[in-house]
Design a protein around this ligand. Structure first.
Ligand SMILES: Cc1cc2nc3c(=O)[nH]c(=O)nc-3n(C[C@H](O)[C@H](O)[C@H](O)COP(=O)(O)OP(=O)(O)OC[C@H]3O[C@@H](n4cnc5c(N)ncnc54)[C@H](O)[C@@H]3O)c2cc1C
Length: 241
């Protein structure tokens, strides 16, 4: 797994220069050979040529529809939800925003979508998932942190001999003991993080995690048996600023 890598060039190494395997060159100068390349390019909001400017709906600088915290546009009677507003572009988030809009405008139950603590996953191999703040975000916005990590080869792979490993990280705000982020790379990461997202949304502390009994033998039990914080010191918010 290579983070912060940009692909500069892909060369087909198959017979006659067509098909795989492929040699991938990064802008940092690295080269590696792979069977397949899946290249994510991102998406742009499809907001042009539908007359939004004529009805007073403003766009933001990336061309998404600008909305307030109620999903209301700059036009008095027009709301927008989902990817076209470029908040967090995920299906359950679009559903939450739509549900809040319907409750507020038609259900006589005003509520705003809450974009904090939205879990997400990348369904690659190994799978990645997280909820809450990254370590960098926590360092920027909070005071002292305690970081707990675990890296191991799942027990089932000791039988099969497979070398794939799992990595987990919990980020805890030292002053409140609140778990502000959970991260995982490994089998079933999305399934595990979905469960932890409930605890983190509910404001669970590290003491709650420590008091929770694990299921043995699972990868998930590692999240409730991390006892020793990583040794390195973390800058306070003032230091980060
Ligand atoms: C390849 C891919 C994989 C993804 N995987 C995941 C995933 O695993 N999990 C996850 O949570 N999210 C995933 N997403 C994101 C998810 O699909 C979106 O967040 C979600 O579909 C947003 O819902 P939406 O209703 O806002 O937009 P959309 O589902 O995009 O719906 C917008 C609709 O508006 C229509 N439309 C566009 N322009 C016009 C127009 N001018 N007039 C009339 N109709 C128009 C479109 O045809 C479309 O039907 C993925 C997205 C992509 C592209």
């Amino acid at each position: 797994m290579r983070t912060e890598s940009q692909i500069a060039r892909i060369a087909a190494k198959g017979a006659g220069g067509a098909g795989g395997p492929y040699e991938v060159h990064t802008t940092a100068g690295g080269t590696f050979e792979v069977d397949l390349v899946m290249y994510a390019t991102g998406r742009a909001p499809n907001t042009k040529s539908i007359g939004l400017e004529k009805v007073g709906v403003q766009l933001n600088k990336v061309g998404a529809i600008a909305v307030d915290e109620w999903s209301k546009t700059t036009a008095e009677n027009i709301w927008a939800v989902g990817d076209v507003t470029d908040r967090i572009n995920l299906t359950p988030v679009a559903i939450m925003e739509g549900h809040c809009f319907a409750d507020t405008v038609f259900g006589n139950k005003p509520r705003k979508p809450d974009h904090r603590g939205v879990p997400s996953a990348v369904f690659c191999q190994p799978e990645m998932a997280n909820v809450g703040l990254t370590e960098e975000e926590a360092k920027r916005t909070l005071g002292e942190l305690r970081i707990f990590t675990a890296a191991f080869r799942p027990m089932k792979y000791t039988v099969s001999g497979r070398q794939q490993r799992t990595f987990m990280k919990l980020i805890v705000e030292a002053a409140t003991d609140r778990v502000v982020g959970a991260h995982m790379v490994g089998d079933d990461a999305a399934e595990l993080i979905q469960g932890l997202a409930v605890a983190i949304k509910a404001g669970a502390t590290k003491a709650h995690f420590d008091a929770t009994v694990g299921i043995h033998p699972t990868a998930g039990e590692e999240f409730v048996t991390m006892r020793t914080a990583r040794a390195d010191t973390t800058p306070t918010r003032a230091a980060a600023e």
